[in-house]
Design a protein around this ligand. Structure first.
Ligand code: NAI
Length: 411
């Protein structure tokens, strides 16, 4: 395995941003002293990517550049990866971890965008607009009060009161809705929203249900025939979370039986992998259904937020060693370096490594002013601060400690 160690001036840290990452990222890096930033519009793969990675310290990608183990093991200098996206499937994150490379992403940059679309859908569904819109497109004039109510004073049931669910709560309350939510965790209720003790209770009292949970063993198919039967007659249902959280066949039956008066779905099981692939779903035959291609979070603002959010995390890690927001790494949260020098040591989590590191410093009479350690079953990450001004030979010695993966020094 390649041994990795760094002691670099910021201007010598080479950053490569691919796939037209929003300009906010390069701007933020530049403002923080990272002047060697190359931005390319396309994705890279194969030899081209391998060549570029030879000299790159920090790489930023979106979803089309894949960083697999076979590439990562050939990157002598790479010390951080930024996925300017929500997901990180395009990177072998476990392998990156074992090479001492934290991977950062932007899970909450599009929270507001999702919440806004959900609000629009609540109103559209409760006014019966999708159906009237479809008929109008087919030259049918359906001017009617039927199936059309104000949202003011109606009950909104939110399943999952996390980042998105709680944003929806605030916005919907401002429209005059009564907010109830169900979450497996105890949550702080915002505004006048109220928790309920069971999913069934929420289903029974809500005029519209909106789902904002992650996909887990507990949430897979959490809305199926049994739950739809419990819902108010003519209730609306919105899913902008994950496709497998809902049994869409049961939802189609609920629409046929008029148990549900409208549905909005943004996420589906087995979504097409690209825009040129066909899309099929059980709800396509219904006029009172809004179908969107997983775009609840896709706004220009979300894109810009992602640019800043990931760049901030990369700069924080590079400047301080802080791994806040890394998806594959133990978390150490630190401010800028208060002492003269900060050593970052990433090693395999086997007994004795920390002892050797400490022994190295104490046997040379070097006082350690602060020490932070986090471990997981695979790796240990220790940050040491000293008041001394040690030369770069310390790095060489530290990397010779058995089981060392990576060493960096920050001044
Ligand atoms: P979050 O992690 O902030 O909140 C999720 C909430 O669900 C947490 O409060 C959690 O305690 C709760 N929860 C988990 N299991 C539960 C269960 N069995 N029953 C009830 N509550 C449960 O996540 P965030 O950011 O609010 O995202 C929610 C969902 O939205 C995720 O599935 C995410 O993938 C999806 N999403 C979809 C987007 C789109 O474009 N359609 C964009 C962004 C996120």
């Amino acid at each position: 395995m390649l041994m990795r160690s760094f002691s670099l001036d910021k201007s010598k840290i080479k950053v490569l941003l691919l796939e037209g990452i929003h300009e906010n990222a390069a701007l933020y890096l530049g403002e923080n002293g990272y002047t060697d930033v190359e931005c390319l519009n396309g994705a890279l793969s194969g030899d081209e990517l391998e060549k570029k990675l030879q000299s790159t310290h920090i790489i930023g990608i979106r979803s089309r550049t894949e960083l697999r183990k076979s590439q990562l093991i050939k990157t002598p200098k790479l010390f951080a990866i930024g996925c300017f996206s929500i997901g990180t499937n395009q990177v072998d994150i476990q392998d990156a971890k074992m090479l001492g490379i934290p991977v950062f992403n932007a899970p909450f940059s599009n929270t507001r965008s999702v919440a806004e679309l959900v609000i629009a859908e609540i109103i559209m569904l409760m006014r019966g607009i999708p159906e009237k819109n479809a008929l109008a497109h087919n030259k049918i004039w359906m001017k009617s009060f039927n199936n059309s109510v104000e949202v003011r004073g109606k009950n909104l049931g939110i399943i999952g009161y996390g980042h998105i669910g709680s944003q929806v709560s605030i916005l919907a309350e401002n429209l005059g809705m009564n907010i109830f939510y169900y979450d497996i965790e105890k949550k702080l209720s915002l505004g006048n929203s109220r928790p309920v003790s069971s999913l069934n209770e929420l289903l029974k009292i809500s005029d519209t249900i909106t789902i904002h949970v992650p996909l887990t063993d507990l949430t897979r198919n959490m809305i199926s025939k049994e739950q739809i039967t419990l819902m108010k007659n003519g209730a609306c249902l919105i899913n902008a979370s994950r496709g497998d959280v809902i049994d869409y066949k049961a939802v189609a039956d609920g629409l046929r039986l008029k148990q549900l008066s409208g549905v909005a779905a943004d996420v589906f099981p087995g979504e097409p992998s690209s825009n040129d692939k066909p899309f099929e779903n059980d709800l396509q035959e219904f006029n009172n259904v809004i179908l969107t291609p997983h775009i609840a979070g896709s706004t220009l603002e979300a894109l810009a937020n992602i640019g800043t959010e990931v760049a901030e995390k990369l700069v924080r890690y590079s400047d301080t060693g802080s791994t806040i927001g890394a998806v594959n790494f133990v978390e150490i949260a630190l401010q800028a370096n208060a002492s003269k020098q900060r050593f970052l040591h990433i090693h395999k989590n086997v007994p004795g490594v920390l002892g050797e590191i400490n022994h190295y410093f104490s046997s040379r009479g070097i006082n350690i002013s602060a020490e932070y350690l986090q471990t997981d079953p695979d790796i240990g990450y220790v940050i040491l601060e000293t008041e001394s001004e040690l030369d770069a030979s310390v790095l060489k010695d530290l990397k010779n400690i058995p089981h060392t993966i990576r060493v960096r020094i920050l001044y």
